[in-house]
Design a protein around this ligand. Structure first.
Ligand code: NDP
Length: 240
């Protein structure tokens, strides 16, 4: 296959499942992370996938990071913008720092990484940009004004990018996961988790691999006509 995929936040949680799925599909994969060296080393030892550390919130670091990945593995054909954080607080208690940190990572981080990959994709007339947004970007969530704004912004990005990239062979799509059984969700008290599951008609949390399989499809040649779309993967948690 010979294609290269870069997964931001690819060393843990949903991103790790995505990186593994793309490797199994035959891509050369780079998994980036922000600071947790221990998790990155364990992931790399376990999977053999190359890991790279920089913050997606830092434009210059993204530019330098991409150069390093491309000199190691070749031009990046598939960019999965998965890195994301939460800094929850009810709006009246949310600090400007909590707002900025989330926007800088989840929204500006997507701009930064996509902006540095875009010229190469245009030149080669092929690219896949996939953003992991969230159900909470679609419906909003108590305590997540910052996060919901960032994830809703991601949906605006893909719809606009799709129109700009279409004539150059580039697609841009988003996936909006509902609650997924990552460390973060499994760490909440069992009672709270049960309450969360009670709101999911499917009666269970999603698995990271279920999101990874959506990415796998969107990255493939078969998905060439899907552009500017949002796939909701949330176990039938409908919202107005
Ligand atoms: P995790 O917290 O398990 O992993 C996050 C990953 O992103 C880590 O690899 C982390 O690196 C990396 N990261 C965080 N900040 C930065 C940064 N500034 N620069 C580079 N990398 C960074 O997250 P999840 O797997 O739970 O979530 C993945 C994505 O899916 C996120 O965008 C999240 O918003 C979204 N999502 C998750 C849901 C869920 O139920 N889990 C539901 C809906 C959406 P490090 O290890 O160094 O910290």
């Amino acid at each position: 296959m010979g294609r290269v995929a870069l997964v931001t936040g690819g060393t843990r949680g949903i991103g790790a499942a995505i990186a593994k799925a793309l490797k199994a599909d035959g891509y050369e994969v780079a998994a980036t992370y922000g600071g947790n060296d221990e998790a990155a080393k364990a992931f790399s030892d376990d999977t053999g996938i190359a890991t790279y550390k920089w913050s997606v919130a830092d434009y210059d670091a993204c530019k330098a990071g991409l150069e390093k990945v491309e000199s190691d593995l070749g031009p990046v054909d598939v960019l999965v913008n998965n890195a994301g954080i939460t800094r929850d607080a009810p709006f009246h208690k949310m600090t400007p720092d909590q707002w900025r940190e989330v926007i800088d990572t989840n929204l500006t981080g997507v701009f930064n990484m996509t902006h540095v990959c875009w010229p190469g994709m245009r030149e080669r007339k092929f690219g896949r940009v996939i953003i992991i947004s969230s159900i909470n970007g679609q419906k909003g969530q108590f305590g997540q004004v910052n996060y919901a704004a960032s994830k809703a912004g991601d949906l605006g990005i893909v719809r606009s990018l799709a129109q700009e990239g279409a004539s150059k062979g580039i697609t841009a799509n988003a996936i909006c996961p509902g609650y997924i059984a990552t460390e973060m969700v499994m760490a909440v008290p069992e009672k709270v988790r049960e309450a969360i599951i009670g709101q999911i008609p499917t009666g269970r949390l999603g698995e990271p691999e279920e999101i990874a399989r959506c990415v796998s499809f969107l990255a493939s040649d078969d998905a060439g006509f899907i552009n500017g779309s949002t796939i909701s993967a949330n176990g039938a948690q409908f919202f107005a």
